[in-house]
Design a protein around this ligand. Structure first.
Ligand code: ZN
Ligand code: ZN
Length: 153
């Protein structure tokens, strides 16, 4: 994905300690898994991937929640009422935590768009519609793009 060198388990450990949490094997595995993923993952996806390490779904869920509360991960909801979790990027120069997501409507793959910026710009012509739309937006917390991914297009 060209996002720089892959993070090692050690980096995950440092960040967990830095957030004041204990480094349990499950917590390190969950954070490391999120950090190496190409996009946000559901609880079920993380559970499936880490099942072979002997962690049950409840343990994975508890750790996802704890990492989120500690600020090491964030939760996103992409319109299908399923929470997905992703690691917050460590000190990435740009606004790494505030990126749009792209969902493929054919295969369901979710990816992070960390190198693009989406701006909402009101149209210059102030028709009735534009006025109303502008008044309705308080603050945008999530930008979601839908379409077909390269594989499906
Ligand atoms: Zn696709
Ligand atoms: Zn993302």
């Amino acid at each position: 994905m060209g996002r720089g060198k892959p993070l090692q388990d050690d980096a995950a450990r440092d960040r967990i300690r830095g957030a004041g949490l204990r480094c349990t094997p499950a917590r390190v595995a969950v954070l490391h898994h999120l950090e190496t993923a190409a996009g946000p993952l559901t609880h079920a996806e993380v559970s499936d991937s880490l099942h072979h390490l002997g962690f049950d779904r409840a343990t994975i869920y508890r750790n996802l929640t704890e990492l989120t509360e500690a600020g090491l991960a964030s939760r996103v909801e992409l319109g299908d009422h399923v929470w997905r979790f992703e690691a917050k990027r460590a000190g990435g120069g740009h606004k790494g935590d505030d990126h749009p997501h792209f969902v493929c409507t054919t295969c369901g793959e979710v990816s992070c768009l960390e190198d693009v910026q989406v701006a909402i710009t009101p149209r210059a012509a102030a028709g009735k519609g534009a006025k109303r739309a502008r008044g309705r937006i308080g603050s945008v917390t999530e930008v979601l793009l839908k379409g077909r991914c390269e594989q499906c297009d």
